[in-house]
Structure formats: C-alpha cells, structure tokens
Design a protein around this ligand. Sequence first.
Ligand SMILES: *Cc1c(COP(=O)(O)O)cnc(C)c1O
Length: 398
Amino acid sequence: MNLSHGRPFMALPGPSVIPDAVLQAMHRPAPDIYAPDLKELADSLIPDLCYVAQTDGSVAIYISNGHGVWEAALANTLAAGDTVLVPVTGAFGHGWADMATGLGIRTQIIDHGRTSPIDPEKVRAALLADTGQQIKAVLAVHVDTSTSVRSDIAQLRAVLDDVGHPALLMADCIASLACDEFHMDTYGADLMVAGCQKGLMVPPGLGFVFFNARAAEQRKSLPCVSRYWDWSPRIDAEMLYQYFGGTAPTHHLYGLRTALDMIRAEGLEAIWARHRTLAQAIWAAAEHWGQDGAFKLNIADPSVRSHAVTSAHLAPPDAHRLRDWCTREAGVSLGVGLGMSTPEDPNASGSFRLGHMGHVNTPMILGVIGTVETGLAALGIAHQSGGVSAAAKVLAAQ
Ligand SMILES: *Cc1c(COP(=O)(O)O)cnc(C)c1O
C-alpha cells in the first residue's frame, strides 16, 4: 500500500517549505514596474532585512542564489591577487573558496574536516603568521549545510581584534539566517551573505549582501568593480531598476514582503527558540534510534549543531534506501548527503540530511521523525524504536 498521497513535505535544507501566504502573495498578474508602489515595496524590505540580520549597516539585493552573493561579496571587496583565509567546515566553505579562486583571489584554506566547527585558535595562528597582512578577508560559513556544524562568528571577531589584524570578517548565513541566532553587528561581521530560499521561506531567486562601513571603505579602494555586482547603486536606489541592476524580481518582492511580515509578527527571538526546540526534538529521536544500530548524528557536540539542518549517518547504503522509501512510500523528501563521499562510500549512500528551517512546526517535525522511524522499521534497518516518544518528551517539556 502506498501512503504518500497527501501534502508532500520537503524536509530539505533548502529550498525550504513555502508558506501558503507567501505563495498567495506571489500569485498575481504582472505589475506595472513604473508605478510608484513597487519602488515603495522594495524600499520597505530594507529595514526588515536589516532587522533579520541584526545590523544597522547596508543591504544589497541581487537576483541570484547563494552562489551569486558569494561572488558579489568578493567582487565588491577584493581584487585578483588578494588573499583570503578560509576556515572550512564542510562543502560550502570549499564552495566559497572556489568562487574566490575563479576571481583570481588566492585562498589559504584551513580544513577542519567534516565534524568540527571553526577553531578560533587555528585562525589566530594563521593571522599571526601573516606578518605582511596579506590576508584581506576571512570567509567563514556560520552553518555549513553539508556537515550541519555551526561556528562561532563572534569568536572570530575577538581573534581578529586580539591579533590586531585588519582583514574583513565575512560570514555566510545562507542556511542560518532567521533560523539560528545571529547578530551581525554585535558578533562583529563586516559582511554577511544570505539567500531567500532557506530561513526566509521564499522560492529561490534572491540573494543578499549585508555590509558595514568597513566593508564599504574596502569597496571604495578598488580600482574597478563589475557593474552588475557593484553594490553601490543598489543601496542608493532612486529608481526601482537600480536596486536590481535591471528589471526587478517583481513577484519575489511580494513574496519576500509577506515572509518578512511573518518574521516580524513572530519575532526573531521566538523564531530562534522554535528552531532550537524542534532541532532538539530531532536530536533526541536520533540519539534514541542510535542506541541500537548505526544511526548517528554527524555532529557529536549539541552546542555546535545547527538548528536549521541535521546531517546524519547510517551504514551505507541505508541512507539512500531510507530517503528513497520516505519519498516513495510516505511523501517526505529528505536531503542527500553532501560532501560526505569516502573511498568506502563514494556516493555518500550512508549519509542524509534533514532540513528543519523556516516554516516548520510541531506536527511537521514529529511527522518527519515518525516517518523516518517507520522507514527504518519497514526496511529492517537496526535502530532502537521509540524515537518519536523521545522527541515528544522534549517538546512536552518546553
Ligand atoms: C544553500 C547554501 C549555499 C548555496 O546557496 P545556493 O542558493 O544553492 O547557491 C551556500 N552556503 C550555505 C551555507 C548554504 O546553505
């Protein structure tokens, strides 16, 4: 019997579930891009985006995915031949470094493997060794969506200040914004990139670069910046097209307006607490299952786990079998393992990820936990049953 016919649930670490209100806001005929109301709508997004990032700085909006704002961040602050320090904690750190390489920027990578957050002491050592201050920026991924590890951005600021190194601190919050607690200004990030399709609950298509006065100064020191990526016209837009370097992403603006209204209404503190609690329920279930069998969370220390995504392991190829079963038999899609290939398991068939970012609540998370437990049982994968009850206990105690 197939029980998948109902509302499908994409438990993916992006794109995340789109709220009906966001979809409904986008469902409209093409608007007049020359009428004043669309410019006013775009203007209205800026303070709310800055609230979500917890910054008094600026934000430039791009019609792009996360990769686009990786490039935008670099294109506005660095030139070919410059050096960046990249403490890498998973596939996305490598991705940002690779984007820099493509722009002729030298990368100094500190590889932390697949199970650890950024070690501030390793960053300190690299900065101290850089006596000629060649390093122009530190590129740090807040939550690496492949490993689900969360690094402490404020600690990196403290190290930069301590060493007296002038490099810019840039954070990738594409997975974590509006999920995991983040305060751009008090954590001391000079620049931060995000996308709209994870915690912001909008279909993929908008990217954001937040930056402070120090980053803006560095932009001014560059002899030239690609016209399209240049953030200067985008932050002083007098006309709608200037925000976007061309035609506005009309329908995304309505969707984002509604998503930001929802975020304002719930409040960031409550949003962070909701993500934390739902993540703790998932961890409780996973740790319970793992008492018998191979089920294991990728990050052992709960204090450095993301609250937006969870990376987990089974004996290969059981993660692939489980994902396949959940999609086909139950209507729940789980994320593939990313950056988890090994010589023994070249297709990462022993790894998968659960996305729990954005528009998710108790029945959705209990539903996905229950579905995973059902799949484990149906496939005969060894586990200690009772994970759902373990999760329910966590939720009941809130
Ligand atoms: C999703 C993600 C990206 C890439 O975003 P795309 O929209 O797929 O280009 C980069 N960094 C992190 C941390 C992400 O989660």
